[in-house]
Design a protein around this ligand. Structure first.
Ligand code: G6P
Length: 609
């Protein structure tokens, strides 16, 4: 949520900053800005409303250069997206600052600064930080000391990077509640909210911890506490190849990422050929902890929450282990009663979602026997703070709407089901069946991807629609929810999901010939019940789109279009059907002409509450 890049180098850095912003744009894209100190020690700032390309155009038209600078791409919280509200925010013509997070006491600080003679030129909570820094600098503090003084006044969450023309070779940063990493170069150093922004210039990173303050110059990196006490943090060398990947032959990241799923699933499954090996995927100490687990509490947001909902069916039905699932933003503020022996499981693609992180952090002493995160980003905050980690191997996911991260999360949760199930009497036969189904999963996903043309055709019916209903039963209910979420996220069609049995308790009132109803049909004991629910829709003139096993006995009829899905093992159906629903949303959005990879008002990684 918002992206920060900063550099202190001996070479010109404007292009490095812009490239960093391009790589971070998936985190926010309302407005963007860049500030550089030039060789005359003058502060220069470009800010533009809109995407990073607007900032690039400004830089091309009126270029400026420097060796020290900060840059930002914004996802608006306080103050609408506009040039004035874009970061960096400057004060007194000497200091400039970029910020991710939310300052909760900004109103009080604003009043105090106005009384001290500062004029506010934006509606943001960030501007007060720039003035506080300036105030401290004017009293003679160094940039680092001014940052210490300033953050001591802030309540809320922040990752910050600031420059001052009186210290023209230095950038100072600080982190609390929002991620910040140091990129370690040779004769140059960098800061960013996400290492991905800096992979073009370095593969060595220092992950700052909560409360860390950092000062970088071309030759040095100094980290200290808010009280100025020096701290050492390890440097980590990233091994994988550059991950920002271009779109190849695809038109959007989303469709590329949908088609990458067989490979992402294979990579996530690699090495898990039997149950013992499955356990190794959760890291050192997993076995001993799993022995003590009697309940599971899952917390997550958005698409990851849906992965948790699917997992609940698996954990309870296959592993016989009780499981609760809750959106992290609710869980964190609720008074809770946990059963003994509960494992806290956080699911998060980015590993940085503020609410999920807060849910982990506010768990009380002794509430859980331990924590496990399923994440796609190594070294992310959740990965560093949880006891056990399952890293999905989906590769960088750039499209804001999550696709391959979700299906690989489901694989991870099915593997957790296996690991816990064998401790609770899951038969060897059942274990082998699940492992075999997982091994064949990439094959069934490939078969589903072959339906792309048919799904595109089917999607045409949704273009004029303003609303859609998604129905599922059992474990396919959360998949219907995920299908509805995908459709609303990227096509802006209002979509709601219901367990099919709930239809008659309300949503049936909405059904008429203008309401498409998508049904995710299982091929199990619930099928007959679902068929009756679908009849209820059809007899009210509703138009049905049924995603069903080709052996389930559904056929095209008047106002019923059937998409015949591959016949695959029951246990992996939620994963396979998800892929078809992703394609449906993609094609609807494409034809509606929305920005598929960067839907309005959303961001990939939500690091604010
Ligand atoms: C944002 C993204 C969603 C994602 C959710 C949770 O809302 O747009 O795609 O599902 O955050 O993110 P996480 O990184 O925790 O999975």
């Amino acid at each position: 949520m918002c992206g920060i890049v900063a550099a202190a180098a001996r070479r010109e850095v404007s292009e490095i900053l812009l490239e960093g912003l391009r790589r971070l744009e998936y985190r926010g894209y309302d407005s963007a800005g860049m500030a550089l100190i030039n060789d005359q020690n003058v502060l220069q700032i470009h800010k533009r409303n809109g995407k990073v390309k607007e900032l690039e155009a400004a830089q091309a038209q009126e270029p400026f250069y420097g060796n020290t600078g900060i840059a930002h791409t914004r996802w608006a919280t306080h103050g609408k997206p506009s040039t004035e509200n874009a970061h960096p925010h400057a004060s007194g013509g000497r200091v400039a600052l970029v910020h991710n997070g939310i300052i909760e006491n900004h109103a009080e600080l604003r009043a105090e600064l106005i009384a001290a003679g500062y004029e506010m030129s934006s509606a943001t909570d960030t501007e007060v930080i720039a003035h506080l820094l300036h105030l401290s600098l004017q009293k003679g503090a160094s940039l680092r000391a001014a940052m210490q003084n300033t953050i001591a006044r802030l309540e809320g969450a922040y990752a910050l990077a600031a420059i001052d023309i009186e210290s023209p070779h230095t950038v100072v940063g600080a982190r609390k509640g929002s991620p910040l990493v140091v990129g370690v170069g040779i004769g140059e150093n960098f800061l960013a909210s996400d290492q991905m922004a800096l992979r073009q210039v370095t593969d060595s990173f220092i992950y700052l911890e909560e409360g860390d303050l950092v000062e970088i110059s071309p030759a040095s990196i100094q980290i200290c506490t808010i009280d100025g006490e020096a701290i050492e943090r390890p440097t980590t060398r990233i091994k994988e190849a550059l991950e920002t990947s271009d779109m190849g032959d695809f038109d959007h990241y989303m469709i590329k990422e949908i088609f990458e799923q067989p490979v992402a699933l294979e990579a996530t499954l690699a090495g898990a050929a039997n149950v013992e090996q499955v356990e190794e995927c959760f890291g050192h100490g997993a076995s001993a902890m799993f022995d003590r687990v009697t309940n599971v509490q899952i917390v997550a947001c958005g698409t990851s929450y849906h992965a948790g909902m699917v997992a609940r069916y698996w954990l309870e039905e296959l592993a016989g282990i009780s499981c609760e699932v809750e959106v992290a933003s609710e869980f964190r503020y609720r008074k809770r009663v946990q059963h003994e022996g509960t494992l806290l499981v956080a699911i998060s693609q980015s590993g940085e979602t503020a609410d999920t992180l807060a849910a982990l952090r506010n768990a009380t002493e002794g509430e859980f026997i331990g924590s496990l995160v399923v994440a796609n980003v190594d070294n992310s905050s959740l990965v560093r703070e949880c006891d056990l980690v399952f890293l999905t191997r989906a590769g960088a996911e750039i499209g804001v709407a999550s696709t391959k991260a979700f299906t690989t999360q489901l694989v991870a949760m099915l593997m957790l089901t296996l690991a816990l199930g064998r401790r609770r009497g899951m038969t060897d036969e059942r274990q082998s069946e699940i492992i075999e189904a997982l091994e064949n999963l990439p094959h069934y996903v490939r078969q589903t991807l072959e339906l792309n043309g048919a799904i595109q055709k089917l999607s045409e019916a949704f273009i004029p629609k303003r609303h859609a209903l998604f129905l599922g039963r059992g474990i396919q209910y959360p998949i219907a929810m995920e299908g509805a979420l995908k459709l609303k996220e990227i096509s802006y069609i209002h979509a709601e999901a219901y367990p099919a049995g709930e239809l008659k308790h309300g949503p049936l009132a909405l059904v008429d010939d203008d309401m498409p109803v998508v049904a995710v049909a299982p091929n199990d004991e619930l099928l007959e019940k679902l068929k009756s629910n679908l009849e209820e829709v059809r007899s009210r003139g509703g138009e049905l789109f049924v995603f069903a096993d080709r052996e389930a006995g559904f056929a095209n009829e008047d106002r019923v279009q059937v998409l015949p899905m591959p016949h695959c093992p029951e246990v992996i159906k939620p994963i396979v059907y998800t892929v078809a629903l992703q394609l449906l949303s993609y094609h609807v959005a494409l034809q509606k002409g929305t920005d598929v990879d960067k839907p309005r008002n959303l961001a990939k990684s939500v690091t604010v509450e």
